[in-house]
Design a protein. Structure first.
Lengths: 783, 479
């Protein structure tokens, strides 16, 4: 092996240097294949995958594989069995004996009758590889686990594959099971959850206390803690449906949209541009897409429309601002090459397309279609051709800047302007009449009325439509070729634009209108509906509970995790569609369940059985996201600027707006704010982020102990306490109410008073104390 | 403790330096906790809090424990530095078929003789350009690889290929893979430090970022030119609070957090947080110390010289001496993010200045490591993202060459006084024992005791590794 590998980098480099993703493929195969006498080594398999399979695929499969349109010589070269069995002229490979193998005779053009491939002799290096491969026994990975994915596109039983997978099969609405703990059932969600808890012999916890619950719901829906006054009102509200009232009013708050838009922006890999070299331009209008998302959540735009407008809003003209939605794709990276080298250019375009396909398929469908960029997906039934069917849609869509104003907005503004001018004209002429008239003439009675009207018009003036928004537009109507091994310069067969074969069975419509984006958008909620529904329900669940029912929220394929509660997932998905895809209705349903309202208490026996809380025997305590933490800090000190929407700022240590309005650079390296956000696990916007990590590193505590931002918050908070409360015990009590929504214990008061009694050199003791309270785990934790 | 002691001080000094960290580190190993969800079998709040930076066992016995990457972004020319090609002179101005390759960018001209003289050095008799006299003196400690090649002749992509093994900035850097695989030996310091004087290398953060690996593995960047020891890391000190008062404050925070923990009964995030806070408190003192080169002796400082790059070299030694796993020191002068790209217009002026700014520092680092007994366990890797063509661009310059270029290594288990692979007679294309950047990465991981095929991370549905599906260990350069 060694001598061979050594010399062939050059050839290999040009042949197979495509970023690819079959690492775990080999590992899985090795793990799964039964031990054979001549088990190929990992090195041999790598050799096969890198040097042999690509050659066979490129030069032989057109005529000799299960996917050949017209099989020639009855010969299959896409399996070891095929090679050993051979075709019309007998076996083509004799393992260990290259000289006796027909395949070698054919490729070295030894025999006039048998020169393969027919059009051109393979390079000597490649022939040497083939010989070496046969010499070492023609190692071929055991392909059972990926049989489905390896079969010919046309030959696969798509319907069977679709029905076999929990993710692809149609959603039905299961009947909730009967449960013992009737007192813990608010709605069917609880029946599904309790069913499992009871079956496993766990003890479901009861409802969380009112204080904990109110803080949980406020932070969950708006990202801001309840004020002491809100807490007091809620504690005093004895109505049975007190909590429902809270939920309703929070869902009506514009802060709800800000909070939930941010979740979606993780999925949308939202940034204000400013990426690295090759993708370094700013996206000065990206924030308009962000505000559009906030608005969509606030007005509860049905989820199907929300998705369709992000794929093809420019083509759904009934909603005048729907085109903003296509920012979802337009704000993605647009890689350029810096020298115009053809290979680099092709790479850059391929990479940009890969972003679109990856974001589209993971965000909306929970599928890693990007893995089919260079070859058929190794684990899921996604042929490479499907990748280029979707890629074709985006290759015919260009990114551009469009005036942020809709025709309607412009007309409204112009009409308004016209009305003002008309009035001014009238007033002017009346005034002139007045001047000309003799001095004693009475004022025209219309004049004050007109003046009043003018003032009113001026006050209600709509904002001047202006600025730009990044959007998609159609730029062509051409199918793409499959790019052989992902290299756009090497064209394979044509891949007509259409939806994923696994969902359509290959019988879906071929996209014909323009780029095909609108047809693609429709397909997501037709053939793709089971995935679209399950994926979004799972995301909503994840943001309410910290974990999804499927813990790989953007991978519902065979390498993703299976749902912990498949029936619940389906029941909710069905309910989601029945609700007219209303996200707010899903919030109400989930938040009113006993499952959501459960205590987060620790319980040793349950913990021993299910430490991971997969069964939802309690509410998992969580750390706030960085946005919620910073916003909450500003809220409790009384500094938060609650203005909704508008231009981003990178001065978030000075500006008091919500963290949503921070400028975000794509690589997280432009601003001090980037660094701050990343320190607390803000996801990289380089690609769609399914969920966030929660890391604990010392630099976070350096921020809490030493950053000017924290020192300033502590100062403002201590000044507030100083002003509002008369003595230290009262200040401690008020601080606990503001920060944690509870009374301090006696011990905590005692500790606090002792600390405050000490002398301080520069920073007053109260400020040192408030900094500690603001940095505490209890403040950053949601229970 | 005298931290700037005799450069020939025995090993025990280094051990004691590490122990300063380890003293707390052994308590604080658990001080950093990644999301339990990131651990395959992690329990939500039950598992033992294990620091992602705690030292981890390698896959097999390592040759080296630390890596110092002396990165030369912009592309130093091989035929003007370490790949001596006398045949160029015989065909100067001509364009023999060997160098007549199509997709080279602007090199339609003929071969150009190096403007620099070459001299024979050391017992191995290596020919080295006159612009690297100090490095030349050390050739018997160096292992040259003349047959490197990479994917594209463009800076941005090729730089990323060298620092993170892919053409786009969406993968973890090599240093972050190393701390992911091995942790680090001093828990009071970052495990991976990236430095440069002036400009950050093109691609910036991505070159030391952790991408999808947990954030704890991201490199900490330090700008040598603007550095003051106490402002190396953001928020490292609170200038308004005396140390004792801050200790008081930190104690209060720990105490209140512990009360909260008692109420919760169990919460591994909080347990980790309490320790991380203690670690943060210690870092405030450990970090400024390591970056303070004024603590070195006059002799040591003289050995390195005055250049900014040399200061980086000296800090690199102080870092790995204290157990930091990986240091990436990129070259830059005049605030240029691809410093060695000055070769387009004028190889002579551009390269001579750049070499002068780093030659002494690099040689000093290797000598100093050797004196201190650290070279055996430290792998030093020198090189750019690609080389430059032997043909000329304009009259005096050279354009990018990704078909072949030279790198050298020292220490860390590679053969000293050894040269591996070769370019063609004119130095354009690697023809003998070709070494792709993926192979370099595979070899570096191997020397560190890691199998590049086994060091994987599951992300967005598949297993990733530094070498993607490529890479082959170059066993022939390993001692």
């Amino acid at each position: 092996m060694k001598s061979l590998n050594e010399n062939d980098r050059a050839t290999m480099n040009s042949l197979c240097r495509i970023s690819c993703c079959c690492l775990s493929f080999i590992a899985v195969l090795a793990a799964l294949s039964p031990l054979r006498a001549e088990e190929p080594t990992a090195e041999q398999l790598t050799f096969f995958e890198q040097k042999i399979r690509p050659v066979l695929a490129e030069h032989c499969y057109k005529c000799h594989s299960t996917r050949s349109k017209k099989l020639k010589a009855e010969l299959y070269l896409d399996s070891r069995e095929g090679l050993l069995k051979g075709g019309e002229t007998g076996p083509v490979v004799v393992p260990g004996k290259p000289e006796a193998s027909l395949l070698v005779r054919a490729v070295v053009y030894l025999d006039n009758e048998l020169e393969m491939p027919p059009n051109k002799k393979l390079p000597d290096k490649v022939i040497a590889d083939l010989q070496e491969w046969i010499r070492i026994g023609a190692p071929w990975p055991e392909e059972k686990p990926t049989q489905n994915a390896e079969q010919a596109v046309e030959g696969r039983d798509w319907k069977k594959l679709r029905l076999e997978s929990w993710a692809f099969r149609p959603v039905n609405k299961p009947t909730p099971p009967e449960t013992k703990h009737q007192e813990l059932v608010h709605n069917p969600i609880d029946q599904f959850v309790l069913g499992k808890i009871e079956k496993r012999g766990l003890e479901p916890l009861g409802k969380a206390g009112k204080r904990v619950l109110l803080r949980r719901i406020h932070l969950d829906l708006t990202g801001l803690p309840p004020t002491p006054a809100e807490m007091k009102t809620f504690l005093g509200d004895q109505r049975k449906d007190a909590l429902d009232h809270v939920i309703d009013s929070l869902l009506k708050s514009s802060h709800y949209g800000e909070r939930w838009a941010r979740h979606w922006l993780d999925t949308a890999r939202y940034s204000d541009g400013l990426g690295g070299f090759g993708d370094n331009g700013p996206l000065p209008g990206a924030w308009r897409y962000r505000d559009w998302v906030v608005d969509c959540f606030n007005r509860d735009l049905p989820y199907d429309q929300f998705v369709k407008q992000q794929i093809a809003g420019d083509l759904y003209t009934e909603d005048p601002l729907a085109f903003y939605g296509t920012g979802f794709f337009a704000i993605g990276p647009n890689y350029k090459s810096d020298g115009g080298d053809p290979e680099a250019k092709a790479q850059a375009e391929a990479e940009t397309l890969a972003d679109r396909i990856d974001t589209f398929s993971r965000a909306f469908l929970g599928l890693t279609v990007q893995c089919a960029r260079c070859h058929d997906h190794k684990f899921d039934p996604i042929p490479q051709k499907d990748y280029y069917s979707i890629a074709g849609v985006f290759r015919n869509s260009r990114t551009h800047k469009r005036s942020a104003a809709s025709a309607e907005m412009t007309k409204k503004y112009n009409d308004h302007q016209k009305a003002i001018k008309e009035l001014e004209k009238q007033i002017k002429s009346l005034n002139e009449e007045k001047k000309k008239a003799p001095e004693n003439t009475a004022d025209n009675p219309d004049l004050p009325k007109l003046q009043q009207e003018l003032n009113k018009l001026k006050k209600t003036m709509p904002p001047k439509p202006g600025g730009e928004v990044h959007v998609l537009a159609d730029s062509g109507n051409k199918d793409m070729h499959v790019a052989i091994r992902g290299d756009l310069r090497k064209k394979g067969e044509v891949a007509p634009r259409q939806f994923l074969t696994i969902m359509t069975g290959g019988n879906g419509p071929v996209f014909k209108q323009g780029s095909g984006r609108k047809e693609l958008a429709e397909a997501v909620f037709e053939a793709g509906k089971p995935l679209a529904a399950r994926v979004m329900i799972n995301r909503i669940w994840q943001y309410h509970f910290g974990h999804g029912l499927v813990r790989t929220p953007s991978n519902f394929g065979s390498l993703g995790e299976k749902p912990s509660h498949p029936q619940l997932l389906d029941w909710l998905s069905a309910a989601f569609e029945e609700s007219g895809w209303s996200i707010k209705k899903m919030h109400r349903l989930i938040l009113s369940s006993a499952t959501y309202q459960r205590s987060s208490r620790f319980h040793q026996a349950n913990f021993d059985k299910d430490g991971d809380n997969r069964l939802l025997w309690r509410m998992s305590p969580r750390r706030m996201e960085i946005e919620v933490w910073r916003d909450s800090l500003l809220a409790v000190t009384g500094e938060l600027d609650r203005k909704i929407g508008g231009q981003p700022t990178d001065k978030i240590f000075d500006v008091k707006r919500r963290t949503l309005y921070t400028t975000i650079s794509r690589n997280g390296d432009r601003f001090a704010s980037d660094e701050f956000l990343r320190l607390f696990d803000f996801p990289s916007p380089a690609s769609t982020a399914p969920k966030r990590a929660t890391s604990t590193v010392p630099q976070q505590y350096l921020f809490m102990l030493n950053s000017p931002f924290m020192i300033a918050r502590a100062r403002v908070f201590s000044e507030r306490l100083q002003k509002e409360e008369k003595d230290d015990p009262a200040r401690i009590t008020q601080a606990y109410a503001l920060l944690y929504g509870r009374q301090p214990t006696e011990e905590e008061t005692r500790i606090g008073l002792a600390f405050l009694a000490e002398k301080a050199e520069k920073i007053p003791r109260l400020q040192q104390y408030t900094q500690v309270l603001l940095s505490s785990h209890e403040f950053i934790q949601v229970r | 403790m005298n931290l700037g002691g005799d450069p020939r001080a025995p090993l025990s000094r280094r051990e004691s330096l590490r122990r300063i960290g380890a003293g707390f580190g052994s308590l604080g190993l658990a001080g950093v906790l990644a999301d339990p969800a990131l651990f395959a079998s992690g329990k939500e709040h039950g598992q033992q809090a294990v620091s992602p930076l705690a030292p981890k066992a390698p896959h097999f016995a390592p040759k080296a424990k630390h890596v110092i990457q002396l990165f030369m972004p912009g592309g130093p020319s091989q035929v003007d530095t370490f790949d001596h090609k006398p045949d160029i002179a015989k065909h100067a101005g001509k364009r023999p078929s060997l160098v007549n390759r199509k997709s080279l960018r602007n090199t339609k001209n003929g071969l150009m003789v190096s403007p620099f003289g070459f001299k024979r050095y050391g017992e191995c008799g290596k020919m080295v350009s006159d612009i690297f006299p100090n490095v030349g003196e050390l050739v018997d400690d160096l292992c040259f690889i003349h047959s490197c090649h990479t994917d594209i002749p463009e800076h941005a992509g090729a730089i990323l290929m060298m620092t993170l093994g892919a053409l786009q900035a969406n993968r973890p850097s090599m240093g972050s893979w190393l701390t992911y695989g091995l942790g680090t030996e001093n828990q009071d310091l970052p495990g991976f430090v990236a430095m440069s004087p002036r400009a950050q290398p093109r691609g910036k953060l991505a070159n030391w970022g952790s991408s999808f690996l947990p954030g704890a593995h991201a490199g900490t960047y330090v700008n040598i030119a603007s550095m003051k020891p106490d402002t190396v890391m953001r928020n490292l000190s609170n200038p308004h609070l005396p140390r004792l008062e801050q200790r008081n404050q930190a104690d209060l925070l720990s105490r209140l957090n512990k009360l909260h923990l008692d109420r919760l009964e169990k919460d591994s995030h909080l347990e980790a947080g309490i320790e991380a806070m203690e670690l943060a408190f210690r870092m405030q003192f450990a970090v400024p110390d390591v970056f303070d080169v004024s603590r070195e002796t006059k002799e040591t400082r003289a050995l390195y010289g005055d250049s900014e790059y040399a200061k980086g070299c000296l800090i690199a030694r102080r870092l790995i001496e204290r157990g930091v796993r990986c240091v990436q020191l990129s070259h830059s002068i005049d605030g240029y993010d691809i410093a060695w790209d000055t070769g387009h217009g004028d190889i002579k002026g551009g390269h001579a200045r750049l070499a002068k700014a780093c030659d002494q520092g690099i040689a000093a680092l290797i000598k100093d490591l050797k004196w201190r007994g650290l070279l055996d366990e430290t792998l030093v890797v020198w090189g750019g993202e690609f080389g430059r063509a032997p043909t000329s661009e304009g009259k005096k310059g050279r354009d990018h060459d990704h078909y072949g270029f030279t790198m050298f290594m020292a220490g860390g288990g590679v053969k000293p006084g050894f040269s591996y692979g070769a370019t063609d007679n004119f130095g354009l294309t690697a023809v003998e024992n070709r070494v792709h950047v993926h192979d370099l990465h595979a070899t570096i991981l191997h020397l560190m005791g890691l199998d590049h095929k086994k060091l994987t991370y599951r992300y967005s549905g598949r297993d990733y590794r530094l070498t993607d599906v490529h890479g082959k260990v170059i066993h022939d350069i390993i001692a």
